[in-house]
Design a protein around this ligand. Structure first.
Ligand SMILES: [Fe+2]
Length: 340
């Protein structure tokens, strides 16, 4: 990120767990037993996965919720003085920014061992705790299956002008760009982004892209899988006509975005912070993810994701070390071509 975002008056919200430390959360006397968690993942998912942590460990949790870039920038600015003990991202590029800055502590090997190797960086300084698949959401009346693009790279071609939607400003789409950059290199990524700048309508969110495809405003859009599955589970209120296309075939369009968890090197409670990440990646917490309404993918060894989802191993995601995604270069490239 070239631009530092200052978050002001970010609300601190204490997670209160029934029966545990009742009436004491947030007081100075309890400070030594409270971990501060900066979290950019969906609040409900994180709270569901961490259910029972405070009861089991006696460690209370205080959350600061904001988006990936805001929290990463805040931690970089705060440096050694950051109150954050643990950082949870929705997409991994932001936690990798901290890894590159040397702000993360190595995770316990036992924690790393709970998660499939492809869902964590080779550095060992953070781990994935959820995964999300890139998909093409499309309107089958306007874009029948026979005319679907073979690759996400095709969306830069002239025949896609005015027909495709992206949420360019979001960390989700930018993680996909980081995947394209890691897989295809800078020249191809720049050309692809230039094509998208010509072709695409830009929407504020994944959901807005899905709704636009459903209503036929665009033929297709790039987003993550779970927005569609969650909508289907809620009686397809927003996307009853829209369908999903998986690119598969190790295409950059089959990129899996990893949600990352790490312990800050500056934490004054490193053992408790390590326990939190161990808990989040434990089979129990991962099972709660699988059974939740989030419909993101579990990444712990031996834990199956929600049955309604196509199995992760069948998505033919391209092999990308999540520690090789370069958020800063992505931001620069997107600014260069006018997408940001
Ligand atoms: Fe999301």
């Amino acid at each position: 990120m070239t631009r530092l975002v200052r978050t002001t008056a970010t609300a601190l919200s204490a997670l209160t767990v029934a029966g545990a430390l009742a009436g004491c959360g947030g007081s100075d006397a309890e400070a030594a037993e409270t971990l501060t968690v900066y979290s950019a993942q969906h609040e409900s998912l994180v709270r569901t996965m961490l259910e029972g942590f405070t009861e089991e460990t006696g460690i209370a949790l205080e959350f600061r919720d904001a988006n990936d870039a805001e929290l990463a920038n805040q931690i970089v600015q705060e440096g050694e003085a950051s109150p954050a003990d643990v950082f949870l991202t929705e997409n991994s590029p932001s936690i990798d920014v901290l890894d590159r800055e040397g702000l993360l502590a190595p995770l316990d090997q036992a924690t790393l061992d709970q998660v499939g190797e492809q869902y964590r960086p080779s550095s060992g300084n953070w781990t994935g705790f959820a995964a999300r698949s890139t998909v093409l959401v499309h309107n089958p009346a306007q874009l029948p299956a026979a005319e679907l693009p073979a690759s996400i790279m095709d969306l830069a071609n002239p025949e896609w002008q005015g027909r495709v939607g992206i949420a360019a400003g979001g960390a989700d789409f930018q993680a996909i760009v980081a995947g394209v950059l890691a897989l295809r290199g800078e020249e191809a990524t720049r050309a692809w982004l230039e094509g998208l700048e010509r072709n695409a309508d830009v929407y504020p969110s994944n959901t807005a892209v899905m709704v636009a495809a459903d209503e036929g405003k665009i033929d297709a859009g790039v987003m993550y899988h779970y927005y569609w599955y969650r909508d289907q589970a809620e009686n397809a209120l927003k996307g009853d006509d829209a369908e999903l296309h998986y690119f598969r075939n190790q295409d950059p369009g089959a990129f899996l975005s990893i949600s990352g968890a790490g312990v800050l090197a500056s934490s004054d409670q490193p053992e408790e912070a390590q326990r939190l990440v161990a808990y989040l990646t434990s089979p129990e917490a991962q099972q709660r993810l699988a059974e939740s309404t989030a419909l993101e993918y579990a990444v712990a060894n031996g834990v199956a994701s929600a049955e309604v989802l196509p199995p992760l191993e069948e998505l033919q995601a391209p092999p990308v070390d999540p520690g090789s995604l370069d958020q800063q270069r992505v931001t620069e490239l997107m600014q260069d071509v006018g997408l940001l």
